[in-house]
Ligand binder design. Structure first.
Ligand SMILES: Nc1ncnc2c1ncn2[C@@H]1O[C@H](COP(=O)(O)OP(=O)(O)O)[C@@H](O)[C@H]1O
Ligand SMILES: [Mg+2]
Length: 300
């Protein structure tokens, strides 16, 4: 488990220190005028038989015209601007399908924005990099590899497997999976699988942690436990964290700042600071007020 050494901020000793002897700084993130469109592929039947059918069937003709009238791209993000200082924990909330995951994909370097710039630590993001880690709703572990070998994927891909053994052990220790290093993913609970996925990211010493609803599918108790552990991890490892979620309580519980997105095409409609004491007092009027405000911005 992530325990005592991770509660006080800089981990000078213990497993946290093994991950980063010199404490890495969290990444600085700047999204400037970011718009994004996904190309759409039309299902237009161009052959002479469909053409002949359209001649005789008004319904087929109407369907064809509606399809042809659709834009050739899906406008997902519209002029998103966001500056995130080193080490901040930001939650991004928005309705399903508004473009939250797209923002993370742009930051991960899996997608290039149609317009605007995505800059991490002063450099434009053009491709994925291990210091920008991503965690998904599914743990996405390779089923034929043990937990340890899944965690070792990054170092192995970079030819550092022999050098990074201690770091792999430390990552397993931090997430409380030391005793399950030899287990296969199919034998793990959902929470344990997510821990393994976190360890796989941690071993690369991420400076930016991109979280795409990673706690969303867990049962309530496991979710609370893992949220707490991730919160301690953030405090000890000093990375910048961007958590995408549709769960406002999760956002308020974990983040220092909540960015609310509009419907698609998404832009930032509110950028709210979460006072430190608020997260610990979900029953307080202040917490409930802030939560109600965010929910109303989300149209709920
Ligand atoms: N590769 C893609 N090609 C076309 N459309 C996509 C692609 N990825 C996502 N979309 C669409 O873009 C919209 C935003 O997707 P996403 O960023 O995943 O939303 P969210 O994470 O907020 O639910 C959705 O309507 C989705 O169907
Ligand atoms: Mg999503």
């Amino acid at each position: 488990m992530m325990t005592e050494n991770t509660t006080s901020a800089p981990a000078a000793t213990g497993p946290g220190a093994a991950i980063g002897p010199e404490r890495p700084r969290g990444a600085e993130v700047v999204l400037d005028g970011v718009s994004h469109r996904y190309p759409l592929h039309h299902e237009l039947d161009q052959g002479w038989v469909p053409w002949a059918i359209r001649r005789v069937s008004p319904a087929a003709r109407a369907r064809h015209e509606a399809e042809a009238a659709k834009g050739s791209s899906l406008h997902v993000l519209d002029d998103v601007a966001l500056t995130i200082p080193s080490g901040q924990f930001v939650a991004v909330v928005g309705q399903s399908g508004c473009g939250k995951s797209t923002i993370l994909r742009l930051l991960a370097g899996l997608e290039a924005p149609t317009r605007g710039s995505v800059v991490v630590d002063g450099e434009r993001v053009t491709r994925p990099a291990p210091e920008r880690a991503m965690a998904f709703q599914e743990a996405t572990l390779l089923p034929w590899r043990t937990v340890r070998d899944n965690v070792a994927l990054g170092p192995q891909a970079r030819g550092r497997l022999a050098i990074d053994q201690r770091r792999i052990d430390a990552a397993l220790e931090i997430v409380g999976l030391r005793d399950f290093a030899g287990a296969y993913p199919s034998t793990l609970s959902g929470g344990m699988a997510q821990r393994a996925a976190l360890a796989r990211a941690l071993v690369n010493r991420p400076r930016l942690f991109l979280l795409d609803e990673p706690f969303g599918k867990l049962d309530a108790l496991t979710r609370l436990g893992l949220q707490d552990e991730f919160s301690r991890l953030w405090a000890s490892q000093a990375f910048t964290a961007i958590l995408v979620t549709h769960d406002v309580d999760e956002a308020l519980r974990l983040a220092e700042r909540v960015v609310v997105l509009s419907e698609r095409p998404a832009h930032v409609v509110a950028d709210l600071e979460v006072p430190r004491l608020l997260a610990a007092a979900p029953a307080s009027a202040d917490y409930q007020d802030l939560k109600a405000r965010i929910l109303s911005l989300l149209g709920r």
